[in-house]
Design a protein around this ligand. Sequence first.
Ligand SMILES: CC(C)(COP(=O)([O-])OP(=O)([O-])OC[C@H]1O[C@@H](n2cnc3c(N)ncnc32)[C@H](O)[C@@H]1OP(=O)([O-])[O-])[C@@H](O)C(=O)NCCC(=O)NCCSC(=O)C[C@@](C)(O)CC(=O)[O-]
Ligand SMILES: NC(=O)C1=CN([C@@H]2O[C@H](COP(=O)(O)OP(=O)(O)OC[C@H]3O[C@@H](n4cnc5c(N)ncnc54)[C@H](OP(=O)(O)O)[C@@H]3O)[C@@H](O)[C@H]2O)C=CC1
Length: 451
Amino acid sequence: MKHQAVEGFSKLSKEGKIEWVVNEYLNGDEKAIQTLKQYWNDDADLQKLHDEFSENTVSNFYMPFGLAPNFLINNELFAIPMAVEESSVVAAASKAAKFWQTRGGFKTTVLSTTKLGHVHFMYEGDFEKLKNAFDTKISAQLIETTNDITKNMRARGGGILALELIDKTSELANYYQIKASFETMDSMGANFINSCLEQFAKTLRAEIEADDTFTSDEKDSIQIVMCILSNYTPDCIVRAEVSCPIEQLAEGNVTAEEFIEKFSRAVRIAEIEPYRATTHNKGIMNGIDSVVIATGNDFRAVEACAHTYASKDGHYSSLTHCEVKDGIFRFWIDLPTALGTIGGLTNLHPLVKLALAVLGKPNAKELMGFVAVAGLAQNFAALRSLVTTGIQKGHMKMHLMNILNQLEATENEKNYFVNYFKDKTVTHHTVIEEFCKLRGVKNVEEIKKDK
Ligand SMILES: CC(C)(COP(=O)([O-])OP(=O)([O-])OC[C@H]1O[C@@H](n2cnc3c(N)ncnc32)[C@H](O)[C@@H]1OP(=O)([O-])[O-])[C@@H](O)C(=O)NCCC(=O)NCCSC(=O)C[C@@](C)(O)CC(=O)[O-]
Ligand SMILES: NC(=O)C1=CN([C@@H]2O[C@H](COP(=O)(O)OP(=O)(O)OC[C@H]3O[C@@H](n4cnc5c(N)ncnc54)[C@H](OP(=O)(O)O)[C@@H]3O)[C@@H](O)[C@H]2O)C=CC1
């Protein structure tokens, strides 16, 4: 069936929006209305708060909110809040935390905190004239005319750090940039940076307009294309690392040397092979995104930045690295990431506030550390599984409940399966086979028919 476009959807009430989607796309299914409403919060004020985070909201989308305890970070113990839908992520982080807790824990260092933004503009004229005007006058005016916007940030120790005129004409005819560097303290800085950039664009235009050294053609040629922060922040980097004497890596019947050889090889493969690097980094992002979401930060920005950084040397590569030197194994990540503990949702979402409180109300630099640690821990756990037992053993053990819930297993049946798989690897079809056996049916269709 072809659907009708809708005019003024945003102006409908919440009930009106639900009625529309149910009639237009869900064949008037009353159950769909119930499902959407079932996730509303009983507290009307709290629901209103959630509705207003976004637009055209009709319900809330729950994500599991978990805790990974036992993270020894810079000699202090933390439990890391993680919001993630994928099974085994929180378990893996917890397992890695437990492992490193007795081996010196994680260390974090913020290496830099500079954020960037650009005014992208076109200019058809003499570059040297533009450069001269920029260096002698315009640049100072850009600072001057944003003084109001930057006043509070400067008082906190932040603000505009540097301004540069960049000639990009070799890549696109007539294309130039004002590249601006910022220190945004405890905020991610998107709104602050964009406000400064939009003022820069106005000032640039006004300064050139008022400068008689530019011809009228040159003045007319100025076109502001856009003013926007860059989510690529290669100079806003946190390092998280773990290290221990190599002999401490022996476990079960795997010797330390054997483990290190396998582990290092796996990291090296991710460094040189983009197919593997993508999955390797996905595992790292399991940890990073979970903490970024739980702490109300912008995970799309964090993802975009991490992947650009992973390609900085001309090919997509691993975000983590390891080495063995003087009998010490060291494993680390350098993560570029712009995070805030002020602004965005951080002081609005009740669970975000709680997550930040669990972490001891960190500032942005400390939060960068937690996020990088979660990524490193996740990668350690995944690689450890991959090069020893294989990933499916642990992952499917955690995924078992999802399969059983799909089958609508009872609590007794769930207990039976946890026991049944104690010494076996879970696969989708073995669960189904055993489930049918238990219910005395030939296949799942028969169970569905009985309902
Ligand atoms: C899954 C485990 C942890 C099982 O590991 P295990 O050895 O079977 O666990 P255990 O039952 O012996 O428990 C050891 C500890 O693990 C944690 N743990 C164990 N179970 C739980 C649980 N239910 N809930 C919470 N925590 C759990 C917990 O810390 C526990 O200590 P305890 O709490 O008992 O003192 C392990 O096999 C593992 O780390 N696997 C890696 C899983 C993983 O990376 N998952 C991500 C999804 S797969 C993916 O997306 C990425 C990937 C893998 O493709 C990336 C890549 O390729 O690099
Ligand atoms: N491309 C992208 O990534 C984009 C992202 N966004 C969104 O922008 C939001 C983040 O923007 P952001 O500017 O960080 O957030 P906000 O604008 O919500 O809050 C930041 C402001 O808080 C004030 N502030 C108070 N205390 C501090 C402190 N200690 N340190 C720093 N600032 C402080 C500052 O304003 P003042 O100095 O005036 O007091 C600062 O500019 C996110 O929701 C993100 O999703 C928006 C556009 C684009």
